[in-house]
Design a protein. Sequence first.
Length: 261
Amino acid sequence: MTIDGAIVALLAEQLESAELNRAPMTKITDTYPDLDMDDAYAIQDELRRRKTARGVRVAGLKAGLTSQAKMKQMNVSEPVFGFMCDYGSRADGGEVEIDGFIAPRVEAEIAFVTKSEIKGPCHIGTVLQAIDFVLPAVEILDSRYENFKFDLVSVVADNTSAAGFVTGGNSRRIDEIDVRTLGIVLEKNGEIVELAAGAAVLGHPAESVVMLANMLARKGQVIPAGTFIMTGGVTAAVGVKRGDHISVRYQHLGSVSMRFV
Ligand code: OOG
Ligand code: MG
């Protein structure tokens, strides 16, 4: 750590205000260039503490920057981890009010729900055994930094741009399907804009959960049974504006759609 609790609290407060007021800020490393990853997760933890103190509930956990497409798009080379909030949930097939965000982007993801606790350090076998089912999810990202420009430390502090998510379609048991070859097609206004297969995420989306469990283990934490986990965008994220319709088709898992209004 390079900063003390007072600065952690100050930066968490600034990030939360930026989100609540939809007023983007300059990235925190512009002001504190020496921040390290421990600082970044400490700020994210403080953000989470502030939110839960206001009555927000954590809806799930997420990994991000787990595919080449995403790392290339954001110019960041390591996976990051964050959490989703209850207020970010939107209905499948419904309308999403664009004014609730600064500059939203959507990305297609494979999500898991666990049936037993996962304690790192662990490997993919442990994770596969603990996954109850697979379901399709679309993440709505929104950076609290101007123009979606950040580095690894800044994006972790900003809870990995988490803003919303839509899940739906059909769930399947993890041993019923091969999630690596599972095809995903993202359409915007009826046109295919991105497509990929599950293996785009670290060779197997369950590897995201391994990394998440190992990261949490360093803090003495586990992934509890019944946790909803988004494993990271399989494709680059797509910017949306008012009126856009997004539909993502998943092999074996149905589709997830929304319209921005
Ligand atoms: C950071 C969040 C990345 C993913 O799935 O890759 C993420 C960003 O791209 O803004 O959620
Ligand atoms: Mg994501």
